[in-house]
Design a protein around this ligand. Structure first.
Ligand code: NAD
Length: 501
C-alpha cells in the first residue's frame, strides 16, 4: 500500500503507508488504517496502517531475531558505522523529497524542514556512526596479580521508541542513531499525526543494507501501538518523547510489565532572563527565535520571559517588533519560517490558553488570534505581558507560539521566579556580565542553560531535563550510553579458594 502525494511544484510521489516489519511492508493485521492530514490546509494526505498489539508483537519478534543473529554482539562495530554513514548519505541524496514530505505532514516551512530538521538528522546519524566501536568499558584493579576485572557496555537489546509530531524526523534520528550505533534493534512508533517521514526512511534502511529486523516501524495510535510497546514483555528499553502525562503512563506500563528501562524526554516551561547589561537587540532576536521557532511546538521553547525593570519598555518594543516580523505563511514558500500548528485540537488548546491568560489579568502585547488568512491550523505569534506566577499560562506548557512576560528587579528575585516550575528542560540568561552569567547559569535548574543565545542544539551536546522534564539524556556520549548495559567480568587467573572459608 502506497499513497500518491502531490508535493512541491506539482511533483507526484509515492509514499509507503504500511507497517515495516523485518524489512517488509505489511498491512496492520486487522487491516485498519487512520488518516493523516496536512496541517496547512486541514486536508487528508493519506490513509496509514493502524498497527496494534499484534503488529507490535510481530515487530518485536523480528527485532529479537535480528538482535540474536545479525546485530547486537553478533555485528561488527565497523559495519554498524558504515551502515549509519550509508543511511546518512541516502538521506542527504533525498533531502529535498524528505523535506517536502516532512513539511506537508507537519506544517513546518519546507526550507526549515529540509535544511535544519533533515540537515540535523544527517549530522546526528554521522555523529553516532562515529560512536560505534568507541563505546568502551573499563579495566578495574582489584587484585592485579591474580584477577582481571573489566566492564563491557553491551547493547541493551530490543528497544521500543515512541516519538512525537513536533520534530518527526529529528526525533527519529535522535533515537535511531545512538540505538543502532550501540547495537540495539528497534521497534519504532511515530506519532499518528506525522507518520510519513519515518515510513519513507524505511526504504532507505533497506537500500543502505541493514539486515531485516534491525529497524521496524509500526505506525498507530498511542493507546494501542504505543501502549503495546511500553507493556511488551520482550522489549528491553523504551525511549519516549512527548507529554508528561504520557511519559507517566509509559513508566507505569514499564514497571508493571518487565521493568524495562525507560528514558523520557518530556515537556518544559523554560525561562529566559534579560538583564540590563545584555545586548538588547540580540537578546530580543534570540528570545523570539526561542519561543516562535517551529510555531512554539518545541519542548525546550523559551516560553517564560523575565525582563529587568530598568530596560523593560525598550526591550519589549524590540521584542514585539520581532514577533510581528515572524515569517508565518505557506509552508511551501521558501520565505516561510513558521507554519501552522499540528492540528485543529492543538490550535484550539493554544487559543484557550491565551483566553485563560487574559481572563487572569495578562495583557496581549501582540497576536492572540487565529491566523486569519488560511484554513490551516495557524495561530499568531503572541506575547502576553503582566503575567504573574500563579497564572495557568505561566505554570503550564502551552506548546504553541505564546510567550508570557513578567518584570523583575533583582537577581535573587528572578532566580526564584525562574526556578518556580515543575519543569526543568531549558533556561537562558542574557547579560554582558560574565560573573553574573556564571552565577545565574549555576543556579538555574535546567538540563540545558543557554547564555546569550537560545535553543541551539548539537548532536554532540547532551540534552534532557531536570524535574518533570524527563529522565535520561539524548545526544552526545550520554545518548549512546543510554542504549548500553554495563556488564562486569571478574576473570580469575590464579587466585585459589581455600576451603572451608
Ligand atoms: P503525547 O505525549 O500523547 O504523544 C506523543 C507520542 O506518544 C505519540 O507517538 C503518541 O501516539 C504516543 N502515545 C500517546 N499515548 C500513549 C500511551 N498511552 N502509550 C504509549 N505511547 C503513547 O502528546 P500529544 O497528545 O500528541 O500532545 C499533547 C501535549 O504533549 C502537547 O500539547 C505538548 O504539550 C506535549 N508534547 C510535548 C512534546 C515534547 O517534545 N516534549 C512533543 C509533543 C507533544
Amino acid at each position: 500500500m502506497v499513497a500518491q502525494l502531490s508535493l512541491l511544484a506539482g511533483r507526484k510521489a509515492s509514499v509507503p503507508t504500511q507497517c515495516f516489519i523485518n524489512n517488509q511492508w505489511v498491512d496492520a493485521l486487522d487491516g485498519e488504517t487512520f488518516e493523516t492530514l496536512n496541517p496547512a490546509t486541514g486536508e487528508k494526505i493519506a490513509d496509514v496502517s493502524s498497527g496494534k498489539a499484534a503488529d507490535v508483537d510481530a515487530a518485536v519478534k523480528a527485532a529479537r531475531e535480528a538482535f540474536n543473529t545479525t546485530w547486537g554482539r553478533n555485528s561488527l562495530p565497523d559495519n554498524r558505522s558504515a551502515l549509519l554513514h550509508k543511511l546518512a548519505d541516502l538521506i542527504e541524496r533525498d533531502q529535498q523529497h524528505l523535506g517536502e514530505l516532512e513539511s506537508v505532514n507537519s506544517g513546518k516551512g519546507m526550507r526549515i524542514a529540509r535544511d535544519f530538521d533533515i540537515g540535523d538528522t544527517i549530522g546526528c546519524l554521522r555523529y553516532y556512526a562515529g560512536w560505534a566501536g568507541k563505546v568502551t568499558g573499563e579495566t578495574i584493579e582489584v587484585s592485579s596479580k591474580t584477577k582481571m576485572v573489566y566492564t563491557t557496555l553491551d547493547p541493551i537489546g530490543v528497544c521500543g521508541q515512541v516519538i512525537p509530531w513536533n520534530y518527526p524526523i529529528m526525533m527519529w534520528a535522535w533515537k535511531v542513531a545512538p540505538a543502532l550505533a550501540a547495537g540495539c534493534t528497534i521497534v519504532m512508533k511515530p506519532s499518528e499525526l506525522t507518520p510519513l517521514t519515518a515510513l519513507a526512511l524505511c526504504d532507505l534502511i533497506v537500500e543502505a543494507g541493514f539486515p531485516p529486523g534491525v529497524v521496524n516501524v509500526v505506525p498507530g495510535y498511542g493507546a494501542t501501538a504505543g501502549a503495546a510497546i511500553s507493556s511488551h514483555m520482550d522489549i528491553d528499553k523504551v525511549a519516549f518523547t512527548g507529554s508528561v502525562a504520557t511519559g507517566r503512563t509509559i513508566m507505569v506500563a514499564a514497571a508493571q510489565s518487565n521493568l524495562k528501562k525507560v528514558t523520557l524526554e518530556l515537556g518544559g516551561k523554560s525561562p529566559s532572563i534579560i538583564f540590563p547589561s545584555a545586548d538588547l537587540e540580540q537578546a530580543a532576536s534570540w528570545s523570539a527565535m526561542g519561543v516562535f521557532y517551529n510555531s512554539g511546538q518545541d519542548c525546550c521553547a523559551g516560553t517564560r520571559l523575565y525582563v529587568h525593570d530598568d530596560i523593560y519598555d525598550e526591550f519589549m518594543s524590540l521584542l514585539v517588533a520581532k514577533a510581528k516580523a515572524c515569517a508565518i505563511g505557506d509552508p511551501w514558500d521558501d520565505a516561510t519560517s513558521f507554519g501552522p500548528l499540528i492540528s485543529a485540537a492543538q490550535r484550539d488548546k493554544v487559543l484557550k490558553y491565551i483566553e485563560s491568560g487574559v481572563s487572569e489579568g495578562a495583557k496581549v502585547a501582540t497576536g492572540g488570534q487565529k491566523w486569519p488568512e488560511s484554513k490551516g491550523f495557524y495561530v499568531e505569534p503572541t506575547i502576553l505581558e503582566d503575567c504573574k506566577p500563579h497564572m495557568k499560562v505561566v505554570q503550564e506548557e502551552i506548546f504553541g507560539p505564546v510567550l508570557v512576560v513578567s518584570r523583575f528587579s533583582t537577581e535573587e528575585e528572578v532566580l526564584k521566579l525562574a526556578n518556580d516550575s515543575t519543569y526543568g528542560l531549558g533556561a537562558a540568561c542574557f547579560t554582558g556580565d560574565a560573573k553574573q552569567a556564571m552565577r545565574v547559569s549555576g543556579e538555574l535548574q535546567a538540563g540545558t542553560v543557554w547564555v546569550n543565545l537560545y535553543g541551539l542544539l548539537h548532536s554532540s551536546v547532551p540534552f534532557g531535563g531536570y524535574k518533570h522534564s524527563g529522565i535520561g539524556r539524548e545526544l552526545g556520549s550520554a545518548g549512546v550510553h543510554e542504549y548500553c548495559i554495563v556488564k562486569a567480568v571478574q576473570h580469575n587467573i590464579s587466585e585459589e579458594m581455600a576451603w572451608p572459608v
